[in-house]
Design a protein around this ligand. Structure first.
Ligand SMILES: [Zn+2]
Length: 123
C-alpha cells in the first residue's frame, strides 16, 4: 500500500481551519510545524502553520524556521533575521486590491523547500 504525503496550510492570523466539520487542531496529523514565510526569501512575515500526514519530523525539519526580528534602536522597525530588512505589512489595499492577495503565492524558495519535504526531490 502506498501512502502519499499530504499537507494543509493555515496562516496563523486567520481563524482556525475546519476540516470536515472538525476543527483542524483536533484532527490527527503526523506532524504539525510553525514557520514564518520570511525565512524563504519573502518580504513579509506571514506566520504559518502546516500539518503533514505520512511524513516524519525529519522530512519537514528544514521548513521549521521562525523569525527572530529585532529592533536595532528604540522606535525603529524590527529587522527580519532572514532578509535583514523590516517586514512588509500586508494590510489595507492599493488601487482596490488587498495587499494580502500578495501572500497567496508561495515564493520559489518556499515552494522548493516544500517540494523537498513532500517529494524528497531538489527543485
Ligand atoms: Zn522575518
Amino acid at each position: 500500500m502506498f501512502w502519499a504525503p499530504e499537507l494543509l496550510e493555515e496562516c496563523e492570523a486567520e481563524s482556525p481551519l475546519m476540516f470536515d466539520g472538525l476543527a483542524l487542531e483536533q484532527a490527527k496529523s503526523n506532524v504539525e510545524i510553525q514557520l514564518d514565510i520570511c525565512a524563504f526569501e519573502c518580504p513579509y512575515r506571514k506566520p504559518t502553520r502546516l500539518w503533514f500526514w505520512n511524513l516524519s519530523q525529519t522530512d519537514v525539519g528544514p521548513l521549521k524556521k521562525k523569525c527572530k526580528a529585532r529592533r536595532t534602536s528604540k522606535g525603529s522597525p524590527a529587522i527580519c533575521c532572514f532578509t535583514k530588512k523590516p517586514h512588509e505589512h500586508l494590510t489595507g489595499a492599493v488601487k482596490s486590491a488587498f495587499r494580502t492577495k500578495k501572500a497567496e503565492e508561495y515564493t520559489p524558495a518556499f515552494a522548493a523547500s516544500l517540494a523537498q519535504a513532500l517529494l524528497g526531490v531538489e527543485a
